[in-house]
Design a binder for this molecule. Structure first.
Ligand code: AKG
Ligand code: FE2
Length: 379
């Protein structure tokens, strides 16, 4: 299916938060996340050149020898900083009956590529933390210094922070538009995420090794954070599923645009009004065409054949308490929320008020989810 995702313009909100146009963009943001679990974002403060520089840096980093990459592994903190190598992170569906049921309910032609093999993903990752340290916390293991790779010591931090802070600001803008669109105070989510353990989290897939049509780079999954934002990748392959249509959507980002997706923290916060979006990354014909262009263009032929995603995971603060009941109470007069409730009721369904635990801390949710994806070793 071609890309039907709504395009939301953050510049409109920045120009004047009280204008009718800003209000319309805010409603569009909430509706897009309810309907598709994703949206395309325009934000003129995010520079495409900065994304390109970031992609170049990460290609060079992941082109290093494995021995050099291993210096940056931190399994003792569940890989939550530094590098994760290929075949470590597992797509959550392996260990989750609810996820398997989602796949079973899809039309066979719209299902993700087969996960039955139970393999971990061939993608690698680098985690660079971008959160503020909370003054007190029940989750002290989150206080960690970032890893600076040896060969890039002079410039790494500055380069990561340059791109990371641009997309962090963009995704915080989306959290504000979402709050307004849901009828909440503008700062509801941005304040709840003030001490979030935000992560710049690019993935890297070796296309020389895994560039075969049908290869799964990242198996069908949802993200465990609140909102995910991605800059453009040089290689297509990301598919998402909208909750209501059950159709696989091939994501095509127009130049200068970003992709935003809903994660598990947002799903829990809203008691399931917004659901974390399922997605996968696979090697398609289009991925291989992009690889062929890269191999044959003299300007890029010498560059590493590695697919980098410029991904950022925006979190709520770990000590924040999730209360779907409070959300329900605070949105009783929200037009968007009530319209959605009515739709569910007309369809004979019920609002899933008690499916999500009341009073769970965000940090606990994260730890539960990390166990599912094989990164959280019990100690
Ligand atoms: O590689 C991508 O484009 C997205 C990766 C992804 O889904 C993730 O990192 O959670
Ligand atoms: Fe993801």
């Amino acid at each position: 299916m071609a890309c039907p995702l709504p395009i939301v313009d953050l510049d409109v909100l920045r120009a004047s938060v009280d204008s009718p146009e800003a209000r319309a963009e805010a409603v569009k943001t909430a509706e897009a996340l309810i309907e598709y679990g994703a949206l395309i974002l325009r934000d003129s403060t995010v520079s495409e050149d900065a994304n390109e520089r970031f992609l170049d840096l990460l290609e060079d980093y992941f082109a290093q020898d494995e021995a050099r990459l291993r210096e940056d592994l931190r399994p003792e903190v569940h890989y939550q900083i530094g590098v994760t190598l290929e075949n470590t992170e597992k797509p959550k569906c392996h260990s989750d009956d609810a996820c398997k049921a989602v796949i079973a309910a899809l039309d066979p032609a719209e299902r993700p590529l087969d996960l039955e093999g139970g393999h971990a993903d061939p993608k690698c990752r680098f985690f660079h933390r971008m959160g503020k340290t909370p003054p007190t916390t029940d989750f002290p293991s989150l206080r960690m210094e970032n890893v600076t790779p040896r060969a890039f010591a002079a410039t790494w931090r500055q380069s990561m922070d340059e791109w990371g802070s641009q997309i962090k600001q963009a995704v915080e803008g989306v959290s504000e538009m979402l709050a307004i669109g849901l009828g909440l105070e503008r700062g509801t989510f941005s304040t709840a995420g003030e001490y979030g353990s935000h992560l710049l989290a690019p993935t890297a897939t070796d296309l020389a090794k895994y560039g075969k049509e049908g290869e799964i780079f990242a198996g069908f999954h949802t993200d465990l954070n609140f909102l995910t934002i991605h800059g453009r990748s040089r290689f297509p392959g990301l598919h998402i599923w909208a909750r209501n249509t059950g159709k696989r959507i091939t994501v095509k980002l127009p130049p200068g645009c970003l992709l935003v997706q809903a994660g598990k923290q947002l799903e829990h916060y809203t008691g399931g009004l917004i659901q974390a979006g399922y997605h996968e990354v696979v090697c398609t014909r289009a991925t291989l065409d992009a690889l062929e262009r890269r191999r044959t263009d003299p300007a890029t032929a010498h560059r590493p054949q590695i697919r980098i995603s410029s991904t950022f995971f925006w979190h709520l603060s770990s000590d924040e308490t999730l209360s779907p009941r409070r959300f329900r109470d605070e949105t009783r007069v929200s037009e968007v929320v009530q319209r959605e409730r009515a739709k569910i009721e007309v369809a004979g369904g019920e609002w899933p008020d008690d499916r999500y635990a009341e009073g769970m801390k965000v940090g606990t949710l994260v730890q539960e989810e990390l166990k599912h994806i094989a990164l959280f070793a019990e100690s």
